[in-house]
Design a protein around this ligand. Structure first.
Ligand code: 6CS
Ligand code: FE
Length: 294
């Protein structure tokens, strides 16, 4: 299969145009998102749905989050990723498979219908995780395009996936909220450097390959600026797989936790990774609808 988005193959970075649609359905097709929302997603690469879940739902989600966190603290499961400089839990992967509550959340028709509308097909979960970003110790996520990693390391051929981040704590300017570069989803930054073997073992704690060079990032930010949606717990941020994003570390006392589901189109099945390396384990990237349990 031809590689439409080569990355980590040259020692010079490059910015190329997106070769895929952003919204895969027509604005006039009926669906839960309005034509205005679809247009805004097309243009900016993200949608902020403030207060999407009600208070009762948020309280339940928080309770379940704390349960998963307590279960993970001393766990030796590979699905539990620790912070780069401490043993605090940073992320718990594949919660849509291993946890009944988060499984049913990932199947919530209010979410799935919106994702299917944007992607113009049935969808499945490519990756799920809870990100804890604890107070004082939660470290940053450096700037990156998720698609760059999913393409190179997982073999996701086209840009036809969308991330859905559900905020489980209030997102404030102080606790390391998600930052996005509007419009950057229409350009692909081809990154430099070769992927180390088993890169995920370090990248999920601190990503150092598959990140944009400073000149490209500056160009994207000069064009689109940076936004950091803030709002109450229970808000939803939908963002395109190729939008440039990141977040600062959290030195505030309160956590910034979110649950994160990546919906991929069933028309965009994974192929062999474009790096030529072994695919990452299925708890990070589902290679079919029934990934094996870890
Ligand atoms: O590896 C992944 O799938 C995701 N995690 C990181 C730290 N970067 C790329 C992508 O968002
Ligand atoms: Fe990301």
């Amino acid at each position: 299969m031809v590689d439409l988005y080569p990355s980590r193959v040259s020692d010079k970075p490059d910015i190329i145009e997106r070769k895929d649609p952003v919204v895969y359905s027509s604005l006039s097709d009926p669906g839960p998102l309005s034509a205005e929302q679809l247009q805004s997603f097309e243009e900016n690469g993200y949608l902020f749905l403030e207060g999407f879940f009600n208070e009762e739902e948020v309280a339940r989600m928080n309770k379940e989050l704390n349960r998963v966190l307590a279960e993970s603290q001393d766990s030796t499961s590979k699905r539990v990723i620790r912070e780069p400089e401490s043993q605090e839990v940073r992320s718990v992967f594949e919660v849509h498979k291993h946890d009944d509550f988060f499984q049913s959340l990932s199947e919530d028709p209010r979410l799935v219908d919106r994702l299917a509308q944007l992607l113009g097909s049935d969808v499945y979960i490519h990756q799920s995780r809870i990100n804890l970003k604890s107070g004082f110790v939660g470290k940053e996520f450096y700037w990156h395009s998720d698609f760059e990693t999913w393409h190179v390391e997982d073999g996701m051929p086209r840009m036809r996936a969308i991330s859905c981040s559900i905020t489980l704590t209030e997102n404030t300017p102080y606790n390391g909220p998600l930052m996005l570069v509007p419009g950057s989803h229409k350009r692909f930054v081809s990154c430099v450097g070769e992927t180390p073997e088993a890169h995920y073992e370090s990248s999920l704690r601190k990503q150092e390959y598959g990140v944009p060079d400073r000149e490209s990032l500056t160009e994207l930010v000069e064009e689109g600026g940076i936004v950091a949606p803030t709002g109450p717990a229970g808000s939803v941020i939908l963002f395109d797989c190729n939008i440039m994003h990141g977040s600062n570390s959290n030195i505030s006392p309160s956590p910034r936790s979110n649950v994160f589901f990546v919906f991929n189109s069933v028309e965009n099945k994974l192929v062999d990774p474009f790096s030529g390396q072994e695919p990452r384990p299925s708890y990070i990237a589902a290679r079919d609808k029934q990934p094996a349990k870890v």
